[in-house]
Write a protein that binds this ligand. Structure first.
Ligand code: ADP
Ligand code: MG
Length: 593
């Protein structure tokens, strides 16, 4: 059995099968609330913990799910199942709209945007006609399923915890898929993900809607469990509490969502009895307590409590992920190999200004297939900037770039990547907690097609096995087979650069751009890299490489371009460059090398 579904199965069996017969009513109803909160928190793990998008507004989506079914089942006498569908559709539409408006906001603006809609939807529930004002809507009907009327706590425990289990299963499948890797790549910003061909705007919107839909399901269950809705449970304070749950439990883990829901719900119950006894009067002391708890958690268990627990039971949760046995699919489709010497990339008059600083001034390049071109020059010469201009990370101030006869300046970096240009970064951009194999598999994102639905249901096994097989092949090619299952962050920096090369190769590019690939490598590793580059060249691949190590360069480069102060200082064969007096004066003889 897959490790990640072990827990959902256990949980559902415990809570849905055994608990209803053994737990007294009070605890059973607590368990049901924990389940309802877990469903929302699971969505937030995807959105916030994994995708890095902080939302304070999830409670509002719970409210939409609850109110939609309340109105339809009471005023219009419809079935709760139609209420569920309506709730999902309305939530989906509103979340799409809010997502389109707010997900573009970066940094702190997004959480502030979520605060705004969290507050406004709450007041909307209280003031829209037909929603019963702040006193709400009552007399909701019970849910019935194939003749089973769900109206006792026992019934709800079964239904709610089955939903929790299904949600965990779907999310765990999704996170282990092509789309899941793309979501995890969002966390550190969108630059690397876009360079791997991920449409990050789409990914953000989809996880946002996904999380909102889970919240709406929770709202639907809540409404029919209470048989009553009013705005209070959907207020901003509850939105903040959901965030507390995942922070405390472990924001990036599915188990953390359930544990967080359990901890916050349990603590609240306990504190409600305890604190008034301590202080001798009633009041909202629990808010102070939770504030303190979150601060302690941020200091002592940054990742939340769940990761601390599972690190103690390595036999259940091994620290290393071994997916290599799944990497046995048929080869992915490949681009046809190009004959050597075919013109690939032509850049002319490329200029980039950062305010007053001219980082690239009238640069030109001509790159052909089967050729290794080295770009050298002192620090600050503008080499990385040129890489960023060619790969679409930065817009050109002026000039033009063509790739295989098509103009690419002005295209988004994922579109350029899709045309067959793949890169590594000077400052390594890997997902440190993900295994080397999964990091490299991200490079093959564009070569797969499975979306959220197929991935969630795990119906993309064939494609996934092919993607993992390709990643494995590239890892073996760059000589890192023994580190395949290690978390990428645990490798030496030089090796992490090599992982980036494997990831770029996974995209099956025509042109590979490597920014200082040999930095931090030991002598033997450099030799291996030189051999790899020579092999790629014979396969017809073009390589453009920034490098400082002249001995290394002279052995592998066919052609050298020298930059200084953003301009081209010289270009030619390695021997010519080594003897060029201008280059010797400006670069080779200087301190930089
Ligand atoms: P190299 O890779 O050759 O060492 P870079 O391309 O990184 O040089 O930098 C060239 C110049 O452009 C440097 O002076 C650097 O400070 C500046 N620069 C690079 N990126 C930016 C940016 N995003 N904003 C402002 N200045 C930048
Ligand atoms: Mg650089």
């Amino acid at each position: 059995m897959k490790r990640s579904i072990l827990m959902p199965v256990l949980l559902v069996v415990l809570c849905a099968v055994f608990a209803p017969y053994f737990l007294p009513e009070y605890y059973l109803s607590l368990l049901n609330y924990i389940g309802l909160y877990s469903i929302v928190a699971l969505g937030m793990v995807l959105l916030t913990g994994v995708g890095g998008l902080t939302s304070f507004g999830q409670a509002a989506f719970v409210g939409i799910g609850a109110y939609a079914t309340a109105v339809l089942t009471t005023s219009l006498g419809m079935s709760p199942w139609l209420g569920l569908i309506a709730g999902l559709v309305i939530t989906g539409l509103i979340a799409t709209l809010l997502g389109l408006l707010t997900l573009r906001l970066s940094g702190h603006y997004l959480p502030i945007g979520t605060l705004a809609w969290g507050i406004s939807l709450y007041y909307l529930f209280g003031t829209l006609p037909h929603l019963g004002g702040f006193s709400g809507i009552s007399h909701l009907p019970a849910i019935s399923l194939f003749g089973w009327t769900i109206n006792t706590s026992q019934d709800f425990a079964i239904l709610i915890w089955i939903v929790v289990g299904v949600a965990m299963w779907l999310l765990s499948n999704l996170l282990d898929s092509r789309e899941g890797r793309a979501i995890r790549a969002l966390f550190g910003g969108s630059v690397m993900a876009e360079a791997m061909g991920v449409n990050t705007g789409r990914s953000k919107l989809l996880i946002f809607v996904y999380a909102a839909l889970l919240a709406a399901v929770s709202g639907w269950l809540y409404a029919h469990m209470q048989r009553f809705v009013n705005p209070t449970p959907f207020a901003l304070t509850m939105g903040i509490e959901y965030l507390f749950m995942i922070l405390l439990g472990g924001a990036s883990t599915l188990g953390g969502a359930v544990l967080g829901a359990l901890m916050i719900t349990g603590l609240k119950e306990w504190l409600q009895d305890l604190l008034p006894m301590v202080f001798g009067q009633n009041g909202n002391y629990d808010a102070i307590f939770f504030g303190g708890l979150i601060i302690l958690c941020l200091i002592y268990a940054r990742q939340g409590v769940w990761p601390v627990i599972i690190s103690r039971v390595p036999f259940l949760y091994p620290q290393k992920r071994n997916l290599a046995h799944l990497a046995d699919g048929a080869p992915l489709e490949q681009r046809p190999a190009l004959p050597a010497g075919e013109s690939l990339l032509v850049a002319e008059g490329v200029t980039k200004k950062f305010g007053g600083l001219v980082a690239n001034n009238n640069m030109s390049l001509h790159i052909k297939s089967g050729q290794v071109t080295a770009l050298i020059g002192p620090n600050g010469a503008g080499k990385s900037t040129l890489f960023n201009l060619l790969t679409g990370l930065l817009p050109l101030t002026s000039g033009r770039v063509e790739f295989r006869g098509q103009r690419i300046d002005g295209l988004a970096s994922r579109k350029i990547a899709a045309l067959g240009m793949s890169r590594s970064f000077q400052h390594v951009r890997l997902i440190p907690t993900m295994s080397v194999l999964e990091n490299v598999a991200l490079g093959a994102h564009m070569r797969g097609h499975a979306g959220y639905l197929r991935s969630g249901l795990h119906w993309e096994r064939t494609e996934e096995a092919s993607i993992l097989a390709e990643a494995k092949r590239q890892i073996e090619r760059v000589g890192l087979a023994s580190q395949m299952n290690e978390p990428a962050g645990s490798l030496a920096l030089g090796q992490q650069r090599i992982v980036e090369i494997a990831r770029a190769l996974c995209a099956d590019p025509y042109l590979l751009l490597l920014d200082e690939p040999a930095a931090g490598l030991r002598h033997l590793e450099k030799e291996a890299l030189a051999q790899l580059l020579a092999r790629l060249r014979t396969e017809g691949m073009a390589v453009l490489m920034v490098e400082h190590d002249m001995d290394f360069l002279m052995g592998v480069a066919d052609y050298v371009v020298v930059m200084e102060f953003g301009q081209k200082l010289a270009e030619g064969l390695p021997q010519e460059i080594q003897e060029n007096p201008k280059v010797l004066a400006a670069y080779l003889g200087g301190e930089e090398v």
